[in-house]
Design a protein around this ligand. Structure first.
Ligand code: GAL
Length: 358
């Protein structure tokens, strides 16, 4: 075993003892900035998964001792605001833009009282990593733009009214050919579970479950990271992937996702590609050991790189839909076996909160 990985495991060993300061930051994302890790996530309350508080922020110099930094982006009090208290704010991720010196947060937003039908991406910016973040806007993604590498003439010829029954082989073929891209072309593409990724050249990408959670999109962001450029690719069309996590190791992009079973855990999926444009190759479930077929009861949220190393930790949520605030976290160092990322049960560090937050 390589030394950095060993020290990472030792470091993670003490996570379980950090009960009182364990963050209330679910579906979280991490940012390394000037010697500290920042952890942003969904504040969960006791009886609903709707957002009553907002997006929280915690910071740590060592990934063990977490300091509460407050609400980075609070819900709004004004009725009718996109982020009105009672909306759904999920899976926030924050990246730093060196040119504008702004911290840019994207998250999945559902409007209050509309279930999961809005399927919007939302963006907010701040001058400091801890916020306060200013909400900019929310909406569907890349209206009027076709994805790269899609046969648009064939997609244009697809008639949504011809496929009223879902899940037939014909419907599935039409989905892979872009039936829902075409359906949502004018309004913009749906955007739910998401992550962000900044490549080595500083270009940022927004990766989100689109097309009614059937297909992931990988969409380029503008130079200031606050809009989409209109350039995007589809990934695993019709494959029903959620909870995307993305990292690059030795020039290969790895994506670990989940299937679509709501709060119930399912088997993780894994893909690799030489470029974000693909082609993506599907691999076997990276989990090993008891409960591998349910990702050990969890669903991924972020592939966290340990600063100064090429080692990554897969951070995952164990959801508790009946009492959302008691959801907890699994931190699983990603080992490489036969050149492929592997998540072993014996390496899991559980991070639980013992106090219930209102
Ligand atoms: C999960 C998703 C969560 C949340 C939940 C709602 O599949 O990953 O972020 O949206 O569904 O049921």
């Amino acid at each position: 075993m390589k030394k950095p990985l060993l020290s990472l495991m030792l470091l993670l060993c003490s996570l379980a003892t950090q009960a009182i300061t364990t963050p209330n930051a679910h579906g979280g994302g991490f940012l390394w900035h000037k010697g500290r890790y920042y952890w942003y996530g969904e504040h969960k309350s006791n009886h609903t998964s709707a957002a009553l508080v907002g997006i929280t922020c915690y910071s740590s110099a060592n990934l063990k001792d977490w300091r509460y930094e407050g609400i980075a982006l609070p819900v709004a009090e004004q009725p009718g605001s996109d982020i009105e208290r009672g909306c759904i704010m999920e899976r926030p991720k924050v990246i730093y833009n060196a040119a504008t010196r702004k911290f840019v947060m994207w998250f999945h937003l559902e409007l209050k009282g509309r279930g999961y039908s809005a399927a919007r991406a939302a963006v907010a910016v701040a001058n400091k990593p801890t916020g306060p973040f200013t909400f900019l806007r929310s909406g569907r993604v890349n209206a009027g733009r076709w994805p790269a590498l899609l046969d648009t003439a064939r997609a244009m010829a697809l008639r949504p009214e011809s496929y009223k029954t879902w899940w037939t082989p014909e419907w599935h073929r039409a989905i892979t050919q872009g039936l829902f891209v075409r359906r949502d072309l004018a309004e913009g593409q749906m955007s739910r579970d998401m992550t962000l990724y900044v490549d080595d050249d500083g270009t940022a990408y927004h990766i989100y479950s689109s097309e009614d959670n059937l297909t992931l999109h990988i969409a380029e962001l503008t130079a200031d990271y606050t809009s989409h450029t209109g350039r995007y690719w589809r990934m695993a069309p019709g494959g029903q992937n959620e909870a995307p996590t993305l990292f690059k190791k030795d020039g290969t992009y790895w994506m670990i996702t989940s299937g679509c079973t709501g709060w119930a855990p399912n088997a993780a999926r894994m893909f690799s590609a030489p470029s974000l444009a693909g082609p993506w190759t599907a691999h076997e479930n990276p989990c090993r050991g008891p409960e591998a077929e349910t990702t050990f009861g969890a669903q991924g949220t972020y592939a966290l790189r340990i600063q100064g190393t090429q080692d990554f930790v897969f951070v995952a949520d164990v959801w508790q839909p009946k009492h959302p605030s008691t959801a907890y976290y699994l931190w699983i160092p990603i080992t490489f076996e036969d050149g492929k990322p592997t998540l072993r049960r014996e390496n899991i560090r559980e991070m639980r909160r013992e106090l219930s937050f209102e």
